[in-house]
Each structure stands twice: as C-alpha cells, then as structure tokens.
Design a protein around this ligand. Structure first.
Ligand code: DQA
Length: 146
C-alpha cells in the first residue's frame, strides 16, 4: 500500500503569513508544510507538500497521484468555488480526498459557500486554521492503518 500523503495547495496560498492575516493567520505555508511532514511522519507516512498558482499544474499533480498516493489533502483555495476540472481530476485519480480550508468559508461571502470538491471528498474541514491540515492527515492515518 502506498505510504505517501499528498498535500496540495491552490492559488495565493504561497502568500500566507502576509496575506490577509486577520482571515488566514500569521503562519506561512512553510510552517504548514513542516506541521504536515511532522504529523505524517509520526504516523508512519511520508508527506509530499506542494503549492501552485497554475490550475493545469495542480491537475497534473492530481493525475500523478493515481496509484502512488494513499490520500490527498487539498486546499484548492479560490478554485474550490470555480473548478469542475479539479473535481474531475480528483475523481479520475481514485485517491481519497479530504478538503481543507484555513478560514470558515461559510461565515464569509456567499460565493465561497459552494465547493465543487466537497461532494466527492471523504470529508471537509474548515475554519480551524493550520490545525485542519493536521487533523486531515491524522484522519487518513487512522483510516489507512493496517
Ligand atoms: C481558502 C478559502 C477560499 O475561499 C479562498 O479563496 C482561499 C483560501 C481557505 O483556506 O480559507 O484562497 O481556501
């Protein structure tokens, strides 16, 4: 069984730390990557942590996860609300998915209330900041334990 968990991040998340800190906090994406790696290792998994501002690149990474990764934790960021292509790629990958958002999208603008990904995800975590990533990894570890 694959022991790699893929953590994918969509557009503008490279700006964390300086981007709207009142909404997204002061942690950087590097801090979150460290937290994910640590959490995955604690449970005997390897974490591959990636971010892109290019939708096609994210789609290619999702395709490459097929048969190679045990789970995908994804914060699709703004593409959550716009991209049928990312949803279709996730379905095609046949890898279980947990959707994560730092902020509670349901407390925010109406256009953030709809997600193209939620309906095909194992579960959705939002509003818990970087802890959401850790919880998603722990859930996969629990789900996939031998
Ligand atoms: C986000 C929420 C999205 O609505 C937004 O476009 C983001 C970040 C979050 O993590 O809270 O870029 O996914």
């Amino acid at each position: 069984m694959p022991r790699t968990l893929l953590v994918l991040n969509g557009p503008n998340l490279n700006m964390l730390g300086t981007r709207e800190p009142a909404t997204y906090g002061h942690e950087t994406l590097a801090d979150i990557a460290e937290l994910c790696r640590h959490s995955a290792e604690q449970h005997g998994f390897e974490c591959q942590f990636l971010q892109t501002n290019h939708e096609g690149e994210l789609i290619n990474w999702i395709h490459e996860a097929r048969g190679r990764c045990a789970g995908i934790v994804i914060n699709p960021a703004a593409w959550t609300h716009t991209s049928v292509a990312i949803r279709d790629a996730l379905v095609a990958s046949e890898v279980p998915v947990i959707e994560v958002h730092l902020s509670n999208v349901h407390k925010r603008e109406a256009f953030r209330h709809h997600s193209f990904v939620s309906a095909i995800a194992v579960g959705v975590i939002c509003g818990l900041g970087s802890n959401g990533y850790r919880l998603a990894i722990e859930h996969f570890a629990h789900l996939l334990q031998d």
